[in-house]
Ligand binder design. Structure first.
Ligand SMILES: *Cc1c(COP(=O)(O)O)cnc(C)c1O
Length: 305
């Protein structure tokens, strides 16, 4: 359950938790046309805090809105400062931040271009998404019977509310069968990503991740690619099939919520040694050092507050 916080940012001002309500005729509630972000802030070594890649998250929120032709009621600068304002108002030093833009009341037809667009920002404490044990030893994943959106069914570069019905179906199916996470194939049958995370595999010391064709351009994905390059780990964006994943030396997921989570098993087949592999461990450690402000080289990724 989301832990109750004091203040929620709604359309330009901070309101009490109880006051952050919407009407049942909220257009997005019916049809899913809305865009959102997931951002994390971490406690840093100096006892302060930092938001990880705030600018990139705000930019992606605006890109998502642009893709689905929603005009957001704020500027990028205002959204970025509202994120910090929300964290401060709740005295939150570490946690998850959820900006959400949605279409409000008015017309109820699909062509409701004059309804107001609302923007809210909620921040709440959120620990590891796939568990501490998952971060340490890896999770068990299932190739989903649900296909990741075809690029001409849903524009996969946007984080659009309605798209997540597909992800939720996949996640529920995987959980019901005793797995931790679902891996979705693209419409051609190649590995795409997990229900809310990008995916990497390691083979012969090199790192592979599917190209952006039908996956969300993850900011954590981008960070891991940059870290890998900086560490001299060969990296290639290319398609691969589920059997390549079964026989990979290592595999892991990346996402703001899931951070860097190793995959120890796919479809009851052990991946590599069946635990967190050395390359995954190296990248995971580098990632956590960076977000916690311990690596000056990546200071540009942090908005300290
Ligand atoms: C948000 C999301 C990710 C991860 O993106 P990050 O920017 O790393 O948080 C990956 N896949 C999907 C489908 C997502 O919604």
């Amino acid at each position: 359950m989301v832990e109750k916080v004091r203040k929620i940012w709604m359309d330009g001002k901070l309101v009490d938790w109880e006051a952050a309500q919407v009407h049942v005729l909220t257009h997005t509630l019916h049809y899913g046309m809305g865009v959102f972000e997931g951002i994390r802030c971490y406690r840093t070594e100096d006892g302060q805090s930092a938001v990880f890649r705030l600018k990139e998250h705000v930019d992606r929120l605006f890109d998502s809105a642009h893709i689905v032709q929603m005009t957001l009621p704020s500027t990028r600068e205002d959204v970025a400062s509202a994120v910090l304002e929300t964290l401060r108002a709740n005295d939150m030093r570490e946690g998850y931040i959820r900006p959400l833009a949605f279409i409000g009341e008015g017309a109820m037809g699909l062509y409701a271009t004059d309804n107001p667009v609302h923007l809210t920002i909620v921040a709440w404490p959120w620990g590891t998404y796939l568990g501490e044990e998952g971060l340490r030893n890896g999770i068990r994943a299932k190739i989903s019977s649900f296909t990741r959106h075809h690029v001409n069914v849903a524009m996969t570069k946007a984080k659009v509310c309605g798209y997540y019905v597909n992800s939720i179906m996949a996640k529920r199916e995987a959980m019901a069968e005793g797995y931790d996470e679902a891996i979705m194939l693209d419409a051609d049958g190649f590995v795409a990503e997990a229900s809310g995370e990008n995916l990497f595999m390691v083979r012969d010391g090199g790192l592979f991740t599917p190209p952006l064709t039908s996956v969300l351009p993850g900011i954590t994905r981008h960070a891991i690619m940059r870290i890998a390059r900086d560490k001299g780990i060969p990296l290639e964006e290319r398609r691969f099939s589920r059997d390549e994943l079964y026989t990979a030396d290592e595999a892991f997921l990346t996402g703001t919520a899931a951070e860097v989570t190793p995959i120890r098993e796919v479809d009851r087949r052990r991946v590599g040694e069946g635990t967190r592999g050395p390359v995954t461990h190296l990248l995971q450690d580098a990632f956590f050092n960076i977000v916690k402000g311990k690596d000056a080289k990546y200071e540009e990724w942090l908005t300290r507050f």
